[in-house]
Design a protein around this ligand. Sequence first.
Ligand code: HAM
Length: 430
Amino acid sequence: MTKIYTVPRGTADILPSESLIWQNIESKARAIFSQFNYKEIRTPLFEETGLFKRSLGQTSDIVNKQLLELVSSKEEGFALRPEGTASIVRAYLENSIDKQENLSKLFYIGPMFRGERPQKGRLRQFNQIGVEVIGPSAESLFIDAEVIVLSMKLLKEFGLDNCRLAINCLGNEDDKKKLSDYLREKLKDKVTALCEDCQNRFERNVFRILDCKNPSCRAVVDGIKLDSAYLSEESKNRYEAIKNILRENKIDFIESPRLVRGLDYYNEIVFEISNANLGSQDAVGAGGRYNKLAEFIGGESKRDIKGIGFSLGIERIILALDETKKQIESNLGVYIISLGQGEVTRRSFEVLTALRNKGISSDMNFQGNSLKSQMRVANKSNAKLAVIIGEDEIKKEVVVLKDMAQGEQFEISIAGNDFNNLFNKVRERL
Ligand code: HAM
């Protein structure tokens, strides 16, 4: 029996019927990034496995359970990127971008890979739109505010209403240590009540217990008092100031002391954006500050390089969008209905080429079917205008231009191969 191949589990084909919404989201994102003066960066889809282990943390779920490593007979030690931040900081340092500018505002759009158990909204290959602001001058709290404002603006512009922004402050490295000591102290007598994963996390990554979705872990965690007591004065003041800027910018948020994020590189502010239209995988995006990541990757001499960023999951954004917002019109200008064979098709193709050379998006029917059936295809193509060419038109050296929405028709001369009247009328109607 011939094996029938199917798409790998946890991945998806983006079909022509869906690609318009993808293009729409990506082009809106690019326009906003340009307004905010962010420049694109593209890094390879795989990196040395060690980069992810060191950046995201040996104990993070992504490294422990989800890295998709590449096995090759000659070379070993590569993994598909599970996220973009580590690769971008690696590229930033490797190319000494800090020597060229004090602050780099970068964006990226592309696929990420995680070996997760697939479910709705959770894929093994998914796409992110993200930003990273990196550099010796990336310290300002206004940058934290800008990054959060930008994330919310993108989602709004994509048409996603009712997004909920949750924020928290993890403080500096000492504060994080204090918080993890405090959590271990509070949890030490309750370890057996935790799920198996969280029992492992107790030693390895105690923060992660706070956002476990398991009801028994939730019950334990809900009993722990969490406030900003473990934060240094500096982090506390900074956090207050950022919240004030968000209020001034009319960005609604809730404070969520249990929001800790699963990756080791975070400190100071962290945030997550969720949407009620989604089920259990309701995070459409997340981010935070990572002031130590450049040092983790590049060593002691890079400790001045700070950073903050976020990424939004495109599949989840599309899942959360109302159906009406997903109906994007294609932008075909003209559909040529060619009623005949031989000379009619040849002449139609000539008109098609002339329109395309003028930059007018156009297509034609090569089958020479009946007017009715070609009209149906023209309608389906969403073209604004149809140009009808048949034997009669060829004889009279004209074409018929039909406005598909209004139903009006015009006979336009193309005598002497002069298409200018046609171009003008088409432009007027598009
Ligand atoms: P993350 O929270 O792991 O953060 O992922 C960000 C977003 O990517 C999630 O909120 C979700 O929308 C989407 N996402 C993650 N995993 C999947 C999946 N398996 N299937 C579908 N969508 C998914 C990061 O990746 C950090 N690099 C964010 C960041 C940038 N922090 C600082 N800079």
